[in-house]
Ligand binder design. Structure first.
Ligand code: SME
Length: 158
């Protein structure tokens, strides 16, 4: 991990430890990632609605999106939820199972987040650059996402 990444991870931990609520903490994490990692142009969380096998849009930073609810299996977000695995799309124009938010987006990463072994949500990041999420960056983002399980779980509908 670079020293910049280590500092960012510390900031993320501090934000969550000091947040008044899970929602405000996660909102600040979106803003943190978007402002500190070049090429992260839309950063948001989807919350798992497990009873309905769908995702609901949570805190995000960037342009408004029409995708407020996404069934498991649909789009890149739905694929990551259905497979419980990170999905990286280097060029969204080649991805058939893709839900477009903005014509500017060229690559995307979706990282499922777990709590007590259950999927509780996802970190979704769009980039206006091709192939923005290489192995190293993906691993770092997974590290951040791995710290947010409890917060995302608390936003799930009962
Ligand atoms: N592109 C996503 C939809 C969510 S937006 O990126 C905010 C998908 O294909 O699931």
């Amino acid at each position: 991990m670079s020293s910049e990444q280590a500092a960012l991870l510390k900031d993320a931990e501090r934000i969550m430890a000091n947040a008044d609520s899970a929602g405000t903490g996660l909102q600040r994490i979106c803003d943190l990632i978007r402002s500190r990692i070049p090429g992260c142009d839309w950063v948001g969380f989807y919350i798992a609605v497990s009873t309905r096998d769908e995702l609901a849009l949570g805190p995000y930073s960037g342009e408004a999106t029409e995708h407020l609810r996404i069934p498991f299996g649909h789009g890149v977000c739905g694929q990551a939820a259905a497979t419980r695995a990170t999905v990286v799309v280097d060029d969204v124009s080649t991805e058939e199972n893709y839900l477009s938010c903005s014509p500017h987006v060229q690559s995307e990463v979706v990282i499922p987040v777990f709590h007590n072994g259950e999927i509780v949500g996802e970190l979704d990041i769009d980039s206006h650059e091709i192939a923005s999420f290489g192995r190293e960056r993906r691993a770092f983002l997974e590290k951040i996402a791995g710290k947010l399980g409890e917060a995302l779980a608390s936003l799930m509908p009962a």
